[in-house]
Each structure stands twice: as structure tokens, then as C-alpha cells.
Ligand binder design. Structure first.
Ligand SMILES: Nc1ncnc2c1ncn2[C@@H]1O[C@H](COP(=O)(O)OP(=O)(O)O)[C@@H](O)[C@H]1O
Ligand SMILES: [Mg+2]
Length: 374
């Protein structure tokens, strides 16, 4: 089972939209998909057409240990199950602070999922608190959703630092495997420039670079599309609401890109041709000034005919023109937190094993270490 947390502590960057529609595209491709709504705002739950608070037991009971995963699962579409969220979840961060092993409650609760599903997608809340720590402890992969506007990279250092802490202390298998550009507007020069800046950052030397070794900026940016914004109000995925819009095309292409990458399907199979090119941000790659005019692309699978994408693709930003690279010298402070704090990280702690039942405790019993929380 692939287990993926879709994160960014910023709100409004496309996490929930991606969880729903990437999940739906994967389910349509035959993958058994489990969606976990870990945001007290319950946007994912609403987007799937359920009423928060009525779809019980929810992830709140799952974390509290009063319901099992099987009891919380709701089959919302063919091949797609959901663990819903509700407003009570907002209190869980406070209620859980006194619980032993509070960072790994979700990991323990999701243990049966690997027998039931091919893909687990967790929609994280817009914070780096205990709920996000639980998500990061429960998965092996992190996808970062980014909206390419001029503050896109702000705060990313804190997110990387949090992923690093969880990887070092709790979940050694964790890594950042994908960066997804959402709300992409190819008509704006700013969007293009920020996309280049994002690619540049993930290729540059960084103290935490091993966290995203081998990750990729997906070749499929999700274009800004009004249908994607309308679909949640109808409780529908984009494939139900407007199956031929750009939003549906992009999430379908993203799913195909992933399925090829994961080796679930070959690049020759229909309808994968459009997404046969996958850009790569391998840590070892350096920008070669002699090749600045070329697009750097890795083609997965053999005998693949690379097709030109209809819109400017993110693969084009993985090679940085020399003059553009100079811009980074003007913006060295974009990620101040990650490098400095990383040096202050304490040696790995032993996380005590969790108890079978983790009923919430009085927050007043909370005493110690919140250091792993952002
Ligand atoms: N590609 C897109 N085009 C247009 N609107 C989008 C797109 N992606 C998300 N939205 C809308 O933007 C808002 C924020 O998206 P959402 O997925 O809820 O972000 P997050 O979960 O990161 O807070 C929502 O109203 C959503 O419908
Ligand atoms: Mg959301």
C-alpha cells in the first residue's frame, strides 16, 4: 500500500481538492483508495457529499481508540472509502497532549489499512500541530501541495523541519516524494517564475535535502479551473461534476503519472501517453550551464513517445536558465528556519509503544515535550 500525506500548513493551496480528485482518479483506475479527512474543517468529508458529525464514527473516534478503522470506513464511491472528520477533531489536539504515544495514534489505528487498500491519502489540516504529526507518523510519503504565487515558498522551511523531526524521531521511512503545483495559471508570468523558483529550491543544496532525494515535481500542474471550485458544493468529485473540464483532465493525468511511476501500469497503456514525461528533481543533478536551453526530462518506461503537453509543463522548469539562477542570490532568506533549526535537533528519542486504547485525557495532565510540534 502507498501511504501519502498531502500537506502544506498553508490553507487554500489545493490539498483537499487534490485528495478528493487524485483519489477519485486512482479509484477509477482500479486502485482501492482510502481517504482520511484529518482536518477539523471537514472539507474533504463535505466534498465527498457527507455531512460532518453525521458520518460517525469519524477520525476523532479512530484517534481516541473508541472505534476501529473498519468501523470508521465509509464506502463513498466504487473503490473509494473515507474516514470522515468532524468539528470535534479541533479539540483532539488539546485532548491528546496527555496521551502516551500521542504522535502515533493514527499510525496504530491505520494498521489494518494495508490489507484493505492500495493507496491511502491523508488530507492534512492547515497547521503543523499534532494532527499533522500523526499523519506524518502514519505514512511513508509526503506530497507537498503548492500554489505558485509569490509567497508559495514562505513557511516551507518549517514544514521541511517538521517532516525531518518526524522522520528522525518517529518514522524513519518517511520522505517527501512529490511536489504538486495547484491552482496553476499558465497565463501569468509570475506563476511561471514561481514554478522555476520552486524547482530551483528542490534542486539546490539544502541541509535537509536527503528528505526529498529522488522526489519529483509532478509533470502535471493542476490548472486553475472554476469547475474544481464548484464541485465541492455539489458533494461531487470532478469526474462526476464535470468530467471533461481541465480540472478532470489534470487530475486524471496526475493519477496516470503516478501509476506509471509506481509501476502499476506501463507507459504504453492507454490513456497514459500524455503523461509519459516525468520531471525529476534528483538531488545529485546540477544545473549544467551548457544545457540551459534544453528541457530536462526523465521518461519512464521504454518505447515511450514523449508528447508535448498542451500547457507549459513543470518539466520545463527543472532546467534553470543561468540568468534565472542568479535571481536566487537575491532571495537567500526564503527558507531560514530549516537549516538553523535542523542543527538544534535533539538526538532521536525512543517513542514509547502506544497502548491499545487511547481515550482522550484531561489536557491538564499534559506536561512535557511539544518540541516535535510545529
Ligand atoms: N485548481 C483549482 N482551480 C480552481 N479552484 C481550486 C483549485 N484547487 C482548489 N480550488 C479551490 O480553492 C479553494 C482551496 O482549495 P482546497 O483544496 O480546499 O485547499 P486546502 O485544502 O489546501 O485548504 C477551494 O475553494 C477549492 O475549491
Ligand atoms: Mg483542506
Amino acid at each position: 500500500m502507498r501511504s501519502i500525506a498531502i500537506t502544506n500548513q498553508k490553507g487554500g493551496v489545493g490539498k483537499t481538492t487534490t485528495t478528493v480528485n487524485l483519489g477519485a482518479a486512482l479509484a477509477r483506475a482500479g486502485q482501492r483508495v482510502c481517504l482520511i479527512d484529518l482536518d477539523p474543517q471537514a472539507n474533504l468529508t463535505i466534498h465527498m457529499g457527507l455531512e460532518p458529525g453525521k458520518a460517525k464514527p469519524s477520525v476523532y473516534e479512530l484517534l481516541g481508540g473508541s472505534a476501529s478503522l473498519q468501523e470508521c470506513l465509509r464506502t463513498v464511491r466504487p473503490n473509494m472509502d473515507l474516514v470522515s472528520a468532524e468539528i470535534d477533531l479541533a479539540g483532539a489536539e488539546v485532548e491528546l497532549v496527555g496521551v502516551v504515544g500521542r504522535e502515533i495514534l493514527l499510525r496504530d489505528a491505520l494498521y489494518p489499512a494495508k490489507e484493505l487498500f492500495d493507496v491511502l491519502l491523508i488530507d492534512c489540516p492547515p497547521s503543523l500541530g499534532l494532527l499533522t504529526i500523526n499523519a506524518l507518523s502514519a505514512v511513508r510519503e509526503v506530497f507537498i501541495a503548492l500554489q505558485p504565487h509569490f509567497l508559495a515558498l514562505q513557511g516551507l522551511g518549517k514544514l521541511l523541519e517538521t517532516v525531518n523531526l518526524v522522520q528522525r524521531r518517529i518514522n524513519a521511512d518517511l520522505s517527501i516524494t512529490g511536489v504538486l503545483l495547484c491552482l496553476y495559471d499558465s497565463r501569468t508570468a509570475l506563476c511561471d517564475e514561481v514554478s522555476k523558483e520552486v524547482a530551483r529550491f528542490f534542486k539546490s543544496e539544502h541541509p535537509l535535502k536527503s528528505l526529498w532525494q529522488g522526489s519529483r515535481i509532478f509533470n502535471t500542474p493542476i490548472r486553475r479551473n472554476i469547475r474544481l471550485a464548484e464541485a465541492p458544493g455539489h458533494g461531487q468529485t470532478i469526474f462526476e461534476y464535470s468530467p471533461s473540464c481541465h480540472g478532470a483532465e489534470d487530475y486524471e493525468a496526475l493519477a496516470q503519472e503516478l501509476l506509471i511511476w509506481w509501476g502499476v501500469r506501463s507507459a504504453e497503456e492507454e490513456p497514459s501517453a500524455e503523461v509519459s514525461q516525468v520531471s525529476d528533481v534528483q538531488a545529485s543533478e546540477a544545473v549544467n550551464p551548457d544545457q540551459t536551453q534544453e528541457t530536462e526530462t526523465i521518461v519512464l518506461g521504454e518505447n515511450v513517445e514523449p508528447l508535448a503537453p498542451a500547457e507549459p509543463s513543470v518539466s520545463e522548469v527543472t532546467t534553470v536558465p543561468a540568468e534565472a539562477a542568479d535571481l536566487t542570490e537575491d532571495t537567500p532568506e526564503v527558507f531560514p528556519a530549516a537549516s538553523s533549526s535542523a542543527q538544534n535537533i535533539e538526538p532521536a528519542e525512543q517513542i514509547p509503544p502506544s497502548e491499545p486504547q487511547h481515550h482522550f485525557q484531561d489536557p491538564e495532565t499534559y506536561t512535557d515535550d511539544q518540541s516535535v510540534q510545529g
